[in-house]
Ligand binder design. Structure first.
Ligand SMILES: Nc1ncnc2c1ncn2[C@@H]1O[C@H](COP(=O)(O)OP(=O)(O)O)[C@@H](O)[C@H]1O
Ligand SMILES: [Mg+2]
Length: 418
């Protein structure tokens, strides 16, 4: 029997492994095949009133073609978990929507098979005036479930969502977190072969995110195919067996998850490096910030727990500053402070008046950060205004804690039983 990739065969001649005409993917075949996909959007730019006046309204604006995706080709085999990563605007959501059939390619083709469930934009597929209950039935029917099937799953869906109190409330009164809870609960209960998840999960609270991750893991074990977009390198690194990094609509890396995350970090790092020398325009400057290994003095971007490093911050001032403070801090990607100090807290007795350049070296012995990426910020100011000048992401460092632990600190934990 020849299946078309879209997974639909005529209901009269439906194969026994199909449900409702959809092919159930049980073999190691291709679930998504994308060939030379490009997606063009037309952007209309309105001219300013001044421009309109000077052209006497002859041209009200202009249209510009913009490619959100360019020449993307990929195959996703059944059972794989693919992480789509890239900077904002790189085309991740557009690619996911094209796979989901929500938007049509400009050129190229997308073929898909099996039952699809997608969690794309917030509230997509929900009718605001209907209640949660009504939307469960509406949504499940769009995803291919019969009313009887939905009846069977209804309690499990509501239970998973955790919003039973509001199930008979119109969804227009839902918070974004409640939307996502219900939408994800439906998506995972329609028995999908392919699950597409955009960043929306991040809207849910932490216990719910955890529950979603557990569900995604059990989907993996069941051999279902998952494509997810996430800003969290931890999530992508944890869940995905393949990473695809997009840049300006093109596939820049497609392969091992670690490699994809490395490519993304390299891109962010390149952007950030351009910003490291900051001239505040007041005669004071942070010239450079470098994290180096305490022994080799080589610049480090990755460290192991217990490594001793040094942060060199070079500042300069055109005018004589009798008193000045240089500070540093380590933050999580979400901006939570892990550690911070400055020359005043550490005793600035040795600080002679500053004019011209000066390098402050902070020794950070035996640094024990948990697995993950961290940003290092640098600040420069006077005692009255310690952080008058601050670079939020002066350097980044990835801590590679080989042990199996989570959190922002690495502790050499072990256990015994008794
Ligand atoms: N409907 C649209 N019309 C015009 N431009 C769009 C549309 N949807 C997305 N874009 C543009 O396409 C680019 C990629 O968007 P998107 O796929 O949402 O990026 P990402 O999800 O990676 O942040 C962005 O520059 C965005 O502004
Ligand atoms: Mg997006």
């Amino acid at each position: 029997m020849v299946y078309n990739l879209a997974g639909v065969c005529s209901p009269s001649a439906c194969h026994p492994t199909h449900r409702n005409g959809f092919l159930k993917v049980t073999d190691s075949t291709t679930v998504v095949r994308i060939n030379n996909l490009s997606k063009r959007f037309v952007i209309r730019k309105d001219k300013s009133i001044k421009e309109r006046l000077t052209t006497f309204g002859r041209s009200a604006g202009f249209r510009e073609d913009f490619y959100a995706l360019r020449d993307v080709s990929l195959e996703i085999p059944a059972g794989s978990t693919v992480g789509l990563i890239g900077a904002n605007g790189s085309g991740k959501s557009t690619l996911l929507k094209t796979i989901g059939g929500i938007i049509q390619p400009t050129t190229g083709t997308v073929q898909r098979r099996g039952r699809l469930a997608a969690l794309l934009e917030l509230g997509a597929g929900f009718h605001p005036d209907l209640t949660g209950r009504e939307n469960v039935y509406l949504n499940a029917s769009i995803l291919g479930l019969t009313t009887a099937e939905t009846d069977r799953h209804f309690d499990a869906i509501v239970d998973f969502s955790g919003i039973e109190k509001f199930i008979d409330t119109q969804v227009k009164f839902y918070s974004s977190g409640m939307y996502v809870r219900l939408a994800f609960a439906i998506a995972v209960h329609v028995d999908p072969d392919l699950l597409l998840v955009d960043e929306v999960l991040a809207v849910g609270d932490e216990p719910f995110q955890r529950k979603c991750m557990d569900k995604i893991r059990s989907f993996q074990h069941e051999g279902r195919t998952i494509v997810l977009v996430s800003h969290s390198s931890e999530t992508v690194g944890d869940l995905c067996d393949r990473g695809i990094m997009l840049k300006s609509g093109r596939v820049l890396f497609d392969g091992e998850t670690k490699g994809a995350l490395r490519a993304l970090r390299a891109e962010f790092e390149a952007e950030r490096a351009e910003e490291t020398t900051v001239d505040f325009g007041l005669g004071q400057k942070i010239e450079s910030v470098a994290l180096v290994d305490a022994t080799t003095e080589e610049v480090v971007t990755a460290i192991a727990p217990g490594q001793s490093v040094r942060l060199d911050i070079t500042v300069s001032s055109d005018v004589v500053l009798d008193e000045w403070v240089v500070g540093m801090g380590i933050d999580t990607p979400l901006g939570q402070s892990v550690f911070g100090t400055n020359t005043r807290l550490l005793g600035s007795a040795g600080n002679a008046p500053l004019v011209g350049e000066r390098t402050v070296s902070f020794a950070l012995p035996d640094l024990r950060l948990g697995n993950g990426q961290y940003f290092i910020h640098a600040s420069f100011g006077t005692p009255a205004e310690e952080s008058a000048f601050r670079i939020a992401q002066a350097a980044t460092v990835e801590s590679q804690d080989g042990t199996r632990s989570v959190g922002v600190t690495s502790i050499a934990a072990s256990y015994t039983t008794s």
